[in-house]
Design a protein around this ligand. Sequence first.
Ligand code: SAM
Length: 209
Amino acid sequence: MTPSLPAGVERRPFDGRERLATRGEPVYGEPTDGGWRLWDARRSKLGAMLEKGMDTGLAGGETVLYLGAASGTTASHVADFAGPTYAVEFAARPARDLLSVAESRPNLFPLLKDARRPETYAHVVEPVDAIVQDVATRGQARVATANRRFLREGGRLLAAVKARSEDVTADPADVFDAFLDDLAGYEVLGTARLEPFHDDHLAVVARRV
Ligand code: SAM
């Protein structure tokens, strides 16, 4: 049975097809209809996870720590259906766009911080129900493990692992195995490759133990 979508995420008709959508101000030129905005899975790893029917455990209304928010494409959809959403991004240019995305979303809190250094935002972030991670950088397992401290017991990690960020020459399957081996403090509940939406990405759903 396909897991249900979080409350606040629906499949709505766009261009004659049922597509994921959330309600909120448009952010990246996506089509809108009656307050709903298309959530394009080709531009979002979390969108691809939902589109592929992964059981993310998200019900809607969660407190979320989002690592690797970039310009806020996916973080904006998360803030549309979640509760407080702390969005960490360390590059100044996309973080500027993220700030303007947050203007219409009072529950979205941009943090211009390095996700490898959680101690620099520990005084701001409350305990969260879910971590969404899409940092596309070397050491993706270490980032997930370092930020585990923010997850309440049993909370979920929803990570997109980009093989090329770890090693451009390695077989992606070997990179994904290494990520799962290095992921400390979590029980892995499910994995899925994100093709055809994103090449050489592994989505991982894990529970804090
Ligand atoms: N998640 C975004 C979305 O779906 O809209 C796309 C994220 S992009 C693939 C990866 C982002 O992670 C980049 O903006 C990059 O600057 C950021 N990033 C990489 N390493 C980081 C770190 N250590 N701390 C914070 N952000 C980081």
